[in-house]
Design a binder for this molecule. Structure first.
Ligand code: HEC
Ligand code: HEC
Length: 213
């Protein structure tokens, strides 16, 4: 009896996990983003408009999305559909950060799309590992546990974030939060994928990821 309950629980959680990974984010703004991306002239003007609308964001996320503050993520080169989805999540409170939640509320729909396209099309600058000796271990763990979703090059896709070239402290904080189920961000797939990681493993993965282009 007890074994059956446990088994049912595992199936139920796998079911939810798959549902959460789901297809790429949907909604009118995601449709708009795709339409603009498919039209080179519209894309060019959206990126220009995004550059202006994003100038306030540069205060923390850095000029063109290359952050100089350790706990603030780089947005340069991040996948536009992922950025737009995170903006939506801050707006709805599904993802928590006091400052970002307040700020995102003032952005108009068009600005959200433009800003996501602007940052997503900004060039990436890889970081320097804080501890080069742990990079091979980070690569090994990443290949075993993370590649199937984030990809060989760690660039993700429309639902999955780029991790390559991200800042080490932000990576460490984010991975640790998913592992520990703090509720700041909820994603069951990420909780499952990170459950077995020790703190040194997380550091090794972050040192590996930051130097990827
Ligand atoms: C006062 C500093 C500050 C400003 C200004 C700011 N951000 Fe942020 N932003 C943060 C911090 C800190 C985080 C990381 C939150 C966390 O740890 O989850 C973040 C995270 C994000 C993320 C999630 C990135 C990811 O990899 O998941 C997006 C998207 C984002 N910000 C967009 C913006 C946009 C767009 C603007 C301008 C309209 C902006 N931010 C302005 C501090 C700021
Ligand atoms: C089953 C698919 C899957 C696997 C396996 C997976 N991830 Fe993720 N990861 C995701 C998804 C989906 C998100 C976005 C979740 C959200 O919106 O909070 C994400 C988000 C992240 C983020 C946040 C990035 C940002 O910019 O804020 C980090 C860091 C991360 N993953 C690292 C890892 C690491 C390290 C591993 C391996 C130990 C891993 N992931 C394995 C699907 C996966």
């Amino acid at each position: 009896m007890r074994a059956w309950i446990v088994a049912a629980g595992i199936f139920a959680s796998v079911g939810t996990a798959l549902a959460q990974q789901g297809p790429a984010p949907v909604g009118p703004l995601q449709e708009k983003l795709k339409a603009v991306e498919a039209d080179p002239a519209a894309l060019k003007s959206a990126i220009e408009a995004g550059r202006k609308a994003a100038s306030f964001c540069f205060n923390c996320h850095g000029e063109n999305g290359f952050s100089k503050i350790p706990e603030v993520p780089n947005l340069a080169g991040q996948n536009p559909a992922y950025l737009l989805e995170q903006i939506r999540k801050f707006g709805s409170g599904e993802r928590k950060d006091q400052f970002m939640q307040g700020l995102i509320k003032v952005l108009k729909d068009d600005e959200r799309v433009q800003i996501a396209l602007f940052f997503g099309n900004s060039p990436v600058k890889p970081g320097v590992p804080a501890d080069a000796a742990v990079v091979p271990k980070g690569k090994e763990l990443f290949t075993k546990l993370c590649v199937r979703c984030h990809g060989d090059t760690a660039r993700g896709d429309s639902t999955i974030p780029r991790l390559a070239s991200q800042q080490i402290p932000y990576l460490v904080t984010s991975i640790t939060r998913y592992r520990d189920g703090t509720g700041v961000r909820n994603n069951q797939l990420m909780s499952i994928a990170t459950a077995s990681l020790k703190n040194e493993d997380i550091k090794a993965i972050a040192n590996y990821l930051t130097q990827l282009p």
